[in-house]
Design a protein around this ligand. Structure first.
Ligand code: DX5
Ligand code: ZN
Length: 214
C-alpha cells in the first residue's frame, strides 16, 4: 500500500459529510480518525457518535488513531463502530497486548504508535504482532504542526527491520505531512501518510491528495 490517509481532524466539522465526500471522491485509500481524550494529550476531539457518522458516510476504510489512556477499555467499541484499523500509543500502556488482543478478536487490524520522544526500538518486539506501526512526526494532540525531520531516519530504521524480517507490517507516518515531504517519506519506506491540513486547507483537496501520492 502507498497511500495518503486524510485526517478528518482538519475537516470542517460543520460540514463533515461534505468533507468526507471529498475524500470518497479522491485517490486516498483510507480516512484517518483522530480520537483525543484530554488526558493522554492536551486536547479533546470527538468520540463514538462522530465515529459512527463517519462510518455511515465514508466509503474509505477508517484508520482510527486513539490518543487516549486505557485504550483497552475502548478499543472494542471503536471496532464495533466500524474501524478498519485501531491503533493506540505504546507509551500510554504498561503492556499493549491486552488491547491488541481485543482488536484482533474483533477482526480489526491492529496498530501501535509512538510519539517523537519514544525510541522506535520499543516497537521492535511488536513488529510481527501488529498489522501496522505509526510513527508520529509531530507530538500527538494537534493538527497543523511542523514535520519533525528526524522522523525520516526512524522511517528508514523501521522499514529496514520490516524487510529483514520479511514482514508485511504497514508503516504509517502522521503529522506535518505535505507535498514537499510526502515523496521523501514514501521513498524512505512509508506506506501510509496521514495528512490533515495539507488536504483540508488546500484549495482543491482532491488535487492535493493526488499530488502527494505521486
Ligand atoms: C495529531 C494527529 C494528526 C493530525 C495531522 O495529533 O494525530 O493525525 O490530524 O494533522 P496535520 O497533517 O495537519 O499535521
Ligand atoms: Zn493521527
Amino acid at each position: 500500500m502507498k497511500t495518503i490517509a486524510p485526517s478528518i481532524l482538519s475537516a470542517d466539522f460543520a460540514n463533515l459529510q461534505h468533507d468526507v465526500e471529498l475524500v470518497n471522491n479522491s485517490d486516498a485509500q483510507l480516512l484517518h480518525v483522530d480520537v483525543m481524550d484530554g488526558v493522554f494529550v492536551p486536547n479533546i476531539s470527538f468520540g463514538f457518535p462522530v465515529m459512527e457518522a463517519l462510518h455511515h458516510c465514508s466509503t474509505k476504510p477508517l484508520d482510527v488513531h486513539l490518543m487516549i489512556v486505557h485504550p483497552e477499555k475502548y478499543v472494542q467499541r471503536f471496532c464495533e463502530a466500524g474501524a478498519w484499523s485501531v491503533g493506540f500509543h505504546l507509551e500510554a500502556v504498561d503492556d499493549p497486548r491486552p488491547a491488541l488482543d481485543i482488536i484482533r478478536h474483533c477482526g480489526v487490524r491492529t496498530c501501535l504508535t509512538i510519539n517523537p520522544d519514544i525510541d522506535p526500538k520499543r516497537l521492535l518486539p511488536y513488529l510481527d504482532q501488529v498489522d501496522m506501526v505509526l510513527l508520529m512526526s509531530v507530538f500527538a494532540g494537534f493538527g497543523g504542526q511542523k514535520f519533525i525531520p528526524e522522523t525520516m531516519d526512524k522511517v528508514r530504521f523501521i522499514r529496514r527491520e520490516i524487510e529483514e524480517r520479511h514482514l508485511d507490517t504497514l508503516l504509517e507516518v502522521d503529522g506535518g505531512v505535505n507535498a514537499d515531504n510526502a515523496r521523501y517519506l514514501f521513498a524512505a519506506g512509508a506506506d501510509v501518510l496521514v495528512a490533515g491540513s495539507a488536504v483540508f486547507r488546500a484549495l482543491d483537496p482532491v488535487a492535493a491528495i493526488r499530488q502527494m501520492m505521486q
